[in-house]
Design a protein around this ligand. Structure first.
Ligand code: F0G
Length: 471
């Protein structure tokens, strides 16, 4: 039920949930358990009135001081920025000290892309090794506030692992739906170890997402996929942490992978709020990069670019029926948050593109050579930046941040196969010969079999060092 007319008036004084559809804009109280607008089916945003946030400039000092605090709330890279979140001081926070992720320089990756410098924000350094934790802390806190008995999600693996951990901390029952045989062992192992009930469905992520939304009609089950606006609230704080690490110097571009499109929606909202609070004087351009075989959002942007007169939305959104990519985290054909992500692209004069399996694999290996590493989906960022520099959309001297979303150890099968040159792209054309689908080990670094003698090892080292490839 939406707020009545009088409440709508009063709603300016409290944080609310608002339908993002401009012609609807229905308002709901925070404690209403819904995921989309019950009037029109639109996505929901959380809106916190400026008066409740307080003096924005004073926040800069407060947030800086909290970096040296030992208080649990301050140690979290999400709750440190709690003035921007829709919770009360006494809210029962579920936290694993998430966020606080490093911002690295990636000199080799920069050179590979043709940039003078590249900053890398590694969200894989979160407690469950993916960016999902920054949103899960707020979503599971909200589940506690609502008194949910069970939390649930559909997942390509990382959301599941993250939810399983936070549910365990909150002592909540947790059920996750994953596409059978399409989730990496590491991610599955995490969910099992954290005690979640894992249901493997015979279908892909989009099927799992559809079924779970039907299941969540039951009020005792709380859905925490990124369609849940409380997830987005936590994830938006990454924008704040990043800007604080950059001493509030706005980068020209921030680049993220795109799957279900929650992350891009959240970063867009974060930057937009900082801009509205006048904590930054311009917005970074948000770039979303998808894998070629799972790129419905990039196709939408392609149609937008081709228009002589740019309409805000170039026709309807077309899903990809059978998404295909080895970057299993983003093997998604019907992203639920595309409208929020589109809004973020429009707000920031951003762009969307897709990259090939080979480009992802090589970019991933380069990120590894910087001593950083990531999972395949995250490497779309560096692959995308290289393309945009080649296309002169990004200039070599501009400031660019690539957001890596998952840790290298999330998918070791992929890594080993790349370096052994036994990695094969998915079948783009049915029955396509294996040889044609082989991913070239451009930067492969395969293990060497060697006899256990000093001479054999010396010979092997001399051989390997002369072969060592770097671009
Ligand atoms: N990178 C990684 C490592 C991911 O796990 C995901 C999404 C994305 C990028 C894409 O982010 O969906 O916000 O656009 N993983 C979800 C999951 C779908 O179930 O773990 P997005």
């Amino acid at each position: 039920m939406s707020l009545s007319a009088e409440k709508t008036e009063a709603a300016t004084q409290v944080a609310v949930q608002r339908c993002i559809e401009p012609e609807c804009g229905a308002l709901y109280e925070l404690n209403e358990q819904l995921y989309v607008c019950s009037r029109c089916g639109g996505l929901l945003d959380i809106e916190k009135p400026r008066e409740l946030i307080g003096d924005a400039l004073a926040l800069l000092d407060l947030w800086k001081a909290r970096l040296g605090s030992l208080e649990q709330k301050d140690r979290s890279g999400v709750w440190r920025y709690r003035e921007l979140l829709p919770f009360q001081a006494e809210s029962p926070i579920v936290s694993l000290a998430e966020g606080n992720t490093p911002l690295y320089d990636g000199p080799l990756s920069a050179r590979y892309c043709g940039l003078d410098n590249l900053k890398i924000k590694h969200q894989g350094c979160n407690p469950t090794a993916s960016f999902k934790d920054t949103g899960m802390t707020t979503a599971v806190t909200q589940a506690r506030i609502l008194g949910a008995r069970m939390v649930t999600c559909a997942s390509t693996g990382n959301t599941a692992a993250s939810l399983a951990a936070y549910a365990a901390r909150a002592e909540l029952a947790c059920t996750i739906l994953v596409p059978q045989g399409q989730v990496s062992h590491a991610k599955l192992a995490q969910s099992l170890d954290y005690g979640a009930t894992v249901l493997e469905i015979d279908g892909n992520f989009d099927d799992a997402m559809r079924v779970i939304q039907e299941l969540a009609e039951d009020e005792s089950i709380y859905l925490v996929n990124s369609i849940n606006p409380f997830r987005i609230e936590g994830q938006k704080t990454v924008a704040v942490e990043l800007l604080q690490q950059l001493a509030w110097q706005v980068p020209d571009f921030v680049v993220v992978p795109g799957g279900n499109l929650g992350n891009s929606s959240a970063l867009g909202k974060g930057f937009h709020e900082l801009f509205n609070l006048q904590l930054i004087d311009r917005l970074p351009r948000l770039i979303v990069v998808q894998a070629e075989g799972a790129a419905p959002f990039a196709r939408l942007f392609g149609r937008y670019e081709q228009q002589a007169v740019k309409q805000d939305l170039p026709g309807s959104f077309e899903s990809v029926q059978e998404p295909k990519t080895l970057a299993s985290a983003i093997k998604i054909g019907a992203p639920v948050s595309w409208k929020k992500a589109w809004r973020a692209i429009m707000w920031t004069n951003g762009r969307v593109l897709s990259v090939s399996e080979q480009e992802i694999a090589d970019a991933k290996a380069i990120i590894g050579r910087d001593g950083i590493g990531c999972e395949p989906a995250s490497a779309t960022t560096v692959a995308g930046i290289k393309r945009l520099v080649a296309d002169e959309i990004i200039k070599p001297g501009e400031s660019v941040v690539a957001v890596l979303t998952g840790h290298l150890l999330k998918d070791t099968d992929y890594v080993i196969n790349y370096h052994r040159e036994t990695l094969f792209a998915p079948d783009a054309v049915a029955g396509d010969a294996e040889q044609r689908r082989r991913i070239a080990g451009t930067l492969s670094n395969h293990p060497v079999n060697v006899k256990a003698t000093k001479t054999a090892i010396r010979e092997a080292l001399a051989r390997v060092q002369s072969e060592h490839k770097l671009p």
